[in-house]
Design a protein around this ligand. Structure first.
Ligand SMILES: Cc1cc2nc3c(=O)[nH]c(=O)nc-3n(C[C@H](O)[C@H](O)[C@H](O)COP(=O)(O)O)c2cc1C
Length: 215
């Protein structure tokens, strides 16, 4: 068990950990991560999240085959002209590696969100299925990623399942009242945690009005 590095150290070193060891992760740790997720805020405290924990090899293969196919289908053209030594190239390489090994991740957690029209969408504009409450589910997802990092587990946030979500509903019996917001592969890290690479907050911050300088 790893020592909890503390909140700020956790945030500053929570890189997407896409390379995972195949060693089993105790279900109790997965449940602790989910419980941390459910401490997140949500609109009107609706807590619209639901989780499907997938550990069976055949189910992980079902997911992984489709994930890999769609990642390569969707981004194949970008990969063809990629500078693999650039930061974007290294991210792409890790993303491809994850796709090719998705089925070997010890656990896949599908984070689902109850469908609900954003209140800004008027009734007459509501056509088809409402989107899941992304705004209320992402704080939960972030809590889960932070909890995994604090426990020394590797995790990453993936959304490529959007390309084959209908198949997930059929295969895993997910009701259409919910959408799948994110899928988090979880395992002990094969890579090392390290500082995240982000633009300085000062370059993104405006004072009093857009473009305003710091007083
Ligand atoms: C909304 C969202 C969707 C993402 N989807 C994917 C994905 O489908 N596959 C993947 O490998 N990473 C995905 N990521 C992870 C980002 O690529 C990653 O967080 C970003 O490149 C920064 O890298 P870092 O987290 O290692 O610092 C997603 C992140 C977010 C916030």
């Amino acid at each position: 068990m790893h020592d909890d590095p503390g909140l700020f150290a956790t945030m500053y070193s929570m890189r997407a950990m896409r390379r995972l060891r195949p060693d089993a992760v105790p279900l109790a740790l997965v449940e602790r991560i989910i419980e941390a997720g459910t401490q997140a805020p949500s609109g009107a405290n609706t807590q619209p999240w639901a989780f499907v924990v997938v550990t069976e090899p055949a189910a992980k293969r079902f997911f992984g085959e489709r994930y890999e196919y769609w990642l390569k289908e969707r981004f194949g053209a970008a990969f063809a002209s990629m500078d693999w030594s650039s930061p974007a190239g290294r991210t792409a390489r890790a993303a491809i590696d994850l796709a090719e090994h998705m089925h070997e991740a010890p656990v896949l957690v599908m984070v689902c969100g109850q469908r609900d029209w954003p209140f800004a969408v008027p009734a007459e504009a509501r056509v088809g299925l409402a989107p899941p409450s992304y705004g209320s589910v992402y704080p939960c997802v972030q809590n889960m990623l932070l909890a995994a990092r604090a426990l020394g587990l590797g995790a990453s946030l993936t959304t490529m399942h959007q390309m084959f979500e209908a198949e997930l509903h059929d295969h895993f019996g997910i009701p259409h009242t919910h959408g799948v917001v994110a899928v988090i592969p979880l395992g002990w890290p094969a890579g090392r945690f390290g500082p995240v690479r982000r633009e300085p907050a000062v370059s993104k911050t405006h004072y009093e009005r857009w473009g305003g300088s710091r007083p």
